[in-house]
Structure formats: C-alpha cells, structure tokens
Design a protein around this ligand. Sequence first.
Ligand SMILES: NC(=O)c1ccc[n+]([C@@H]2O[C@H](COP(=O)([O-])OP(=O)(O)OC[C@H]3O[C@@H](n4cnc5c(N)ncnc54)[C@H](OP(=O)(O)O)[C@@H]3O)[C@@H](O)[C@H]2O)c1
Length: 421
Amino acid sequence: MNQNIINARVTFRNSPIHILEKFTIKDIESAYEQFKKHSGLDECVIIQTCNRIELFGKSKSNDIEKIKKTWASIIGLDEESFNENIEFVENHEALHHLLKLTSGLDSMVLGEEQIIGQIKKSITSAREIKASGQHLNTLFDKAIRMGTRIRNTSGIGKGGISVGSMAVKLAEENIDELKTKKVLLIGTGEVSTLVAKSLQRRGYTFEVTSRTIGRSQTFCETMGGEPVKFEEVFEGFEKYDVIFVATTAPYFLVTHERIITAMEGKNKGMMILDLSNPRTVDEKVATIGGVKLMNLDQIAEMVEKNMNARLNKVKTVENIINEEVSVLEASMKRLDAEPLVKDVFKSIDSLREKELQKALQMLDETDEKKIKIIEELTKAVVESIVATPMNNIRKASEQGKPDVIELASKLFDYKKQNQAD
Ligand SMILES: NC(=O)c1ccc[n+]([C@@H]2O[C@H](COP(=O)([O-])OP(=O)(O)OC[C@H]3O[C@@H](n4cnc5c(N)ncnc54)[C@H](OP(=O)(O)O)[C@@H]3O)[C@@H](O)[C@H]2O)c1
C-alpha cells in the first residue's frame, strides 16, 4: 500500500481493568485534533469500549513513537506506561485485526453483538468531524460488512453468552442460594439490559435503580425487576446482598464509606459486581470484611474457561478472516490509484468538452437533438479509450505494483503532490 494503515491498541488481552481505564480517552473530539496535529496521522478513528481503546490511522510513514507521545499527552501519562500495554500493528495485520473485531473474534465474549454497534458509532462520529477520510471510511465500511457476513455464516454469535449472563453466572458460583438474596441492579443501559435479561431468564427477583425513576420504570416494564428511587438506594445499601453496577458514571458511585456504613448494619456478606469501565465501585471496598468485589477481570477469566467449548467455531472464523483479509487489502491498495484515475478522467473530460464546444461552434449547430447525439458520441469515444488503461492501473495498484502507477503518472503528466491524500 502506498499509504500505511496502522492500529495501536491497549486492550483487556494485555491489561487488567485498573490499567486499561488509565488509557481511556475522555474527550474524543479533542483527541482527534491532537492525533491529527501531532502524531503524523492524516486520518484516524478511535474505538473505545469497556475492553479496549484502539486507534486506527492512515499515514504515509508510521512513527509509533509520535503516536505514543501524542496518546500519552492526551491522557496525561508518561510514554513508558505504554511499553507493557500497547500493541502496534500495520497494514496486513491491522486489517486482519479489524476483521477480528468486526466479526467478534477478538471480543471477551466471543461473537458478542455490541462491538459491531460500537465500531459503527466510532466511524460515524470520526466521519462527521472529518477525522477519517477516504481510506479509513472505505476500510471501516468494508470491514463492517465483511464482519457481519462472517458472523452470519459462521454462527459465531449463536448460543453465545453475554457479559450479563457471565456476571450472573459469577454471582451464582460465588453465592449460595442466590434465589433467596436481595439483588440490586444499578444502571439501565445496554449492559444492565443484558444482566436483567439473564436474571429474569433464571427466575431471580431484583430491584433496578437509575438516576431518574422514570427510566427505571420503563426499563422494568420490558426487562423485569422492581424500580427503586436512586436516592433511596444511596441512603443505605445494607438491604442488598448482591449488587450489579453497570454505569458510565465518571466517578465512584459505590464508595468505600457507603459500603462500610452498609456493612455495619448487616450480619451477612455482600457481593458487588462492577461491570463498568472505568470502574464505578471503589476497589477499596474489597478490603471491607464480608464484601466480595468482582469486576470485568473476573468475567474475562470465566470467559477463558468457556472458550474451550467454542474453539471449533473460532477456527472456522479464523479461516474465513484469512481469506477475506486479502480481499480487503486489495480494495485498500486499489484506493492508491484513485487520485491518478480521477485526475486523468477529469482532464480528459475537460479536453473533450473544449473540443466539443469548438466543433459545435464551427458547425453552427442549434438543433438540441443533434447536439445531444454529438455530445454522447464524444463521451463514448473517450470512455472506450480511457476505460481499459484506467482499469489496468487499478488492477496494478491492487496487485501492489507501484512502478506501474509511477509510469502512468508520468505518461498522463499527473502532478505527484496531489497523491498525498
Ligand atoms: N456495552 C458493552 O459491550 C459493555 C460490556 C462490558 C462492560 N461495559 C461497561 O459497562 C458500563 C455501562 O455500559 P453500557 O453500554 O450499559 O452504557 P449505556 O448503555 O450508555 O448506559 C449507561 C448507564 O449509566 C448511567 N449513568 C451514566 N452516568 C451516570 C452517573 N453519573 N450516575 C449514575 N448513573 C449514570 C446511565 O443512566 P442515565 O439513564 O441516568 O443516564 C445508564 O443507565 C460502561 O462502563 C461500559 O464500559 C460495556
């Protein structure tokens, strides 16, 4: 490829949740500005979920040090912090990784659906603020389509277990007679929906709270559970034995003090499952006697255990990805020829138009019908002469033959500086 596609990422594969959250980018729009200004990337897309912070970029030359430095300054960390956590790949490997993401193969819960929605959101917002351009827009559109097809044909998501079910399973494994316990769910978003569905399916009763009681009520109407007022819950947690927390609050909702107070008035244990990233339960609560705190790290361990049963599907998806990645790569290489092809078509068309006007003047032709016929004739002649060489240029680009593009640029007197984007 004439242009390089890079992927720099920090994910749950290398970093536990307390490390991962340090790399989270708070102000995405300003991060895009910084990356474009300082990292040498001329296009970029940020994908940020509870399990990963990933940057895809396009540039003429890759400078991982510049990218790390920019990312570090955005999140206020020193560059050394990246050394053990960041993974960096380019071109073939970067495209391969994007296909793994869109097909759900790199997800903590294999084949889960959320990631494809999150990737669509990322490219839409990057496109809107023009952080991405022709290369990444094309790449993401194609990778999303391919990923969806791979999911459908392989059935990788079918019978899959969601983060919500994993969390409920974790609670079941750690608590005797969960059915007799008082369960609370804090949050009414996507993850809470998965938890509620799983609790409901397994026949547990539970209460749900969210900042507005109206939202909790609507949630409970479809997902089950009993809505309770936020203020009521936060007055005292002592009545609950199991608390699932899945919010995007930017601070600790469940604090050390609140749980200390709750445990003073309680003669049994409490389990708290924090599914949020960044975490919304202060990790210090784990030091309080009788409290068991679990978060996404423990869910990851559980998923690992479940993986073995699904290894066959993984193999199928890997095989499909290995085939599809070369198709994706060819499409990206083809883009390298587009500025030249567009330029040639444009200049030949303006020559055609000039000569056509000259001829019409000489003929002194006013009959609209005849003018139309002559115009169509000029277009057909140009099209039939130019189409074959242009398609051959595109093909050469797909096959990674930059010398052909170089030669064609000379032949058509194409100005090289245009090729920068
Ligand atoms: N989506 C996934 O695949 C996935 C998987 C695992 C973990 N996670 C993590 O789980 C968490 C929730 O994700 P989600 O996808 O469910 O998000 P979501 O659909 O956007 O829902 C966010 C929830 O957080 C609540 N919230 C936001 N700010 C709050 C605050 N200051 N105080 C109290 N509640 C607040 C919202 O309540 P309001 O209605 O009051 O705004 C809403 O109920 C995130 O930390 C995410 O990283 C997500």
